[in-house]
Write a protein that binds this ligand. Structure first.
Ligand SMILES: Nc1nc2c(ncn2[C@@H]2O[C@H](COP(=O)(O)OP(=O)(O)OP(=O)(O)O)[C@@H](O)[C@H]2O)c(=O)[nH]1
Ligand SMILES: [Mg+2]
Length: 586
């Protein structure tokens, strides 16, 4: 709604202390505005606050509310001493009608459902009086208009009818007014329909008690007859006393002096601020509850990942041991081989370098290179399977959590936050699901195999090439044989059989073991490094896919901590200011 067009001046005179209060109120409301914006509270809440701040500069708004047909329009007519507003037995007032001062009587529609009327009535120079559609009419849209207008009022006059005072729906509506921190004056209208003094006193007593239950204190209550008052003002003065309008007008006169109007004007946005703070506080609590669960969820995901890494590290050991075993077997076969060839009877064989090498490669090395490759391939398959399984399980966890949260307690949380959060978790869930759905084991193992190639190549070198074991062993063996044959020529056969050959055999075995140990170390060292890297890469990739979620949770948690502190400060300032202004003074 547009701001109410203000008369030329609100007619307020302001002293230094009041000016200080206005400045302080503006400052705290500005802080609140920033807080409400940073928390991305609903647009209508932000608008309400903006409107309230804006209204500090506007004319004082006296708003008349009550159930339909209670006589609100008639009451305003009586106050002004003119039949300006339409009255009627059926729901009559359909729009908000703002009455302000004007040299002549005018009526314009400012916007749909908001009318501005002017009348040359002195009391309208300093305050605007607002007639509202009745509540509890069949016409719910009437009630909505009034409900929306309540936060804008500086003082609320609540009109109840003497013949059906303080109904349950009136109580509910008053509760709403109270929530906005409004000062309320209760008008019991149509006392002329009651039998006499005694009945009026009874109704006043009843309304007073009911109001006390609601507000904790009894607000100002005025039993009146709008009909009698208007007639008195229009030429039947005898009816004035019976209308009981005099005490009400006196009260309004003193209540609405400069000082009091300013006080109420300041209290208005402060009351709205306090109400919004309460909402913001609830919202922070609700967000916090959801975020706490998110933190738990992330911790659970992290726990699961850590477990995955542990399990995999443990699972790597027996697989590495299997590769070691392949090499250990070479050693065993080598031992047997040397036992066999380093014999006196085979000295001639030992002399044949080519045959020796071939025999060694066939009997000792055998299929070792292929065995090792097979083991490495198994290792890669195992890792890829586990990686996929982990993606699937994490993805399931995220997606399950998203569904659970949506159903259960996200209802208490504000729209903006819920949407942001749903979007981020949805994205994380979708992406991880996509990884699972499009997971290509072949490509994944190919990438790992590329990395393992160096290690495997080392294993292949076991069988062939200048640095190969076969070559080495041949050199050792043939050298030994040359030595032996030299001794043989000298004829010391017994010495050769008993001492020289075993010594040469031992040396050959030792050489072989030494070389194999080095190879084994090199092979398992590089394989282990390679697979540990792959493992942490697998876990890291999953972790990275959750990063958006954890970043959101971290950022929102920080925001909440900050907002909570600011909320506390604003709340204290508002309380202090309200106390300085003397509260709503019901
Ligand atoms: N007896 C009696 N009737 C009154 C008095 N004030 C208003 N009425 C009548 O009560 C009926 C409703 O009055 P309105 O002023 O139209 O009531 P309202 O609260 O503005 O009603 P809505 O605009 O429909 O919400 C009309 O018939 C009035 O004439 C009063 O003091 N005494
Ligand atoms: Mg009316």
């Amino acid at each position: 709604m547009n701001p109410i067009p203000a008369p030329r001046s609100s007619g307020l005179t302001v002293d230094d202390r009041q000016r200080e209060l206005i400045t302080a109120a503006r400052r705290v409301l500005g802080d609140l505005q920033l807080l409400v914006r940073d928390l991305s509270l609903a647009a209508h809440i932000q608008d309400t606050l903006k409107q309230a701040i804006h209204q500090l500069d506007e004319v004082f708004l006296l708003v008349v509310v009550g159930e339909f047909n209670s006589g609100k329009s008639a009451f305003i007519n009586a106050l002004l001493g003119r039949a300006i507003l339409e009255e009627g037995v059926t729901p009559t007032t359909a729009d908000i009608q703002v009455l302000t001062y004007g040299e002549t009587a005018t009526h314009e529609i400012v916007e749909p459902h908001l009318h501005r009327l002017t009348a040359p009535v002195e009391s309208l120079r300093e305050i605007a009086i607002v007639d509202t559609p009745g509540t509890n009419a069949v016409l719910r849209e009437h009630e909505a208009l009034t409900t929306q207008f309540v936060p804008r009022s500086d003082l609320v006059l609540f009109v109840t009818a003497a013949d059906r005072p303080f109904t349950e729906t009136e109580r509910q509506f008053l509760e709403l007014i109270r929530a906005w921190g409004k000062k309320v004056v209760l008008i019991i209208n149509r006392i002329d329909v009651l039998a006499g003094e005694e009945d009026i006193a009874k109704v006043v007593g009843f309304v007073g008690e009911s109001a006390k239950r609601l507000f904790g204190i009894v607000p100002a209550i005025f039993p009146v007859s709008a009909r009698e008052a208007l007639r008195a003002k229009l030429g039947e003065p005898a009816r004035w006393t019976g209308s009981r309008f005099q005490p009400l007008e006196d009260y309004l006169h003193t209540t609405l002096d400069d000082r009091e109007r300013l006080r109420l004007k300041l209290l208005n946005p402060l009351g709205i601020g306090a109400a919004l703070l309460e909402r913001a506080g609830e919202l922070i609590l609700a967000r916090d509850a959801v975020l706490t669960r998110d933190v738990d969820a992330l911790a659970e995901l992290e726990r699961q990942l850590a477990l995955y890494e542990q399990d995999m590290a443990r699972g790597l050991e027996p697989r590495m041991a299997a590769i070691d075993a392949v090499i250990i077997k070479i050693e065993q076969r080598g031992d047997a081989f040397f036992e066999d060839v380093f014999r006196l009877a085979r000295v001639m064989d030992l002399m044949n370098k080519g045959r020796m090498q071939q025999a060694f490669e066939q009997e000792v090395i055998g299929d070792t290179a292929r065995d090792i490759e097979r083991h490495v391939r198994d290792l890669i398959d195992w890792l890829v399977e586990a990686d996929l399984r982990e993606w699937a399980s994490i993805s399931q966890l995220v997606n399950e959590r998203r569904r659970q949260h949506d159903d259960r307690f996200l209802g208490s949380i504000d729209e903006a936050f819920r949407l942001d959060r749903a979007k981020i978790i949805g994205e994380v869930g979708r992406k991880s699901q996509q990884v699972v759905d499009t997971y290509d084991k072949h490509t994944e193992s190919g990438a790992i195999a590329d990395g393992a190639r160096v290690a495997v190549a080392t294993a292949a070198a076991l069988g062939a090439g200048a640095v190969g074991l076969g070559t080495l062993v041949t050199i050792v063996a043939t050298t030994a044989a040359a030595d032996i044959s030299g001794v043989f020529m000298a004829g010391a056969l017994a010495v050769i059989g008993a001492l020289v050959i075993p010594a040469k055999r031992r040396r050959a075995k030792a050489e072989m073991r030494h070389k194999l140990a080095a190879l084994r170390e090199q092979l398992s060292g590089s394989l282990r490094t390679q697979f540990q890297t792959e493992l942490s890469r697998s876990a890291q990739r999953i972790r990275d896919s959750m990063a958006g979620y954890s970043r959101f949770v971290r950022a929102e948690s920080e925001k909440i901590t900050d907002a909570r502190e600011r909320l506390k400060k604003v709340s204290e300032s508002i309380q202090r200011l309200r106390a300085q202004l003397g509260g709503a003074g019901l």
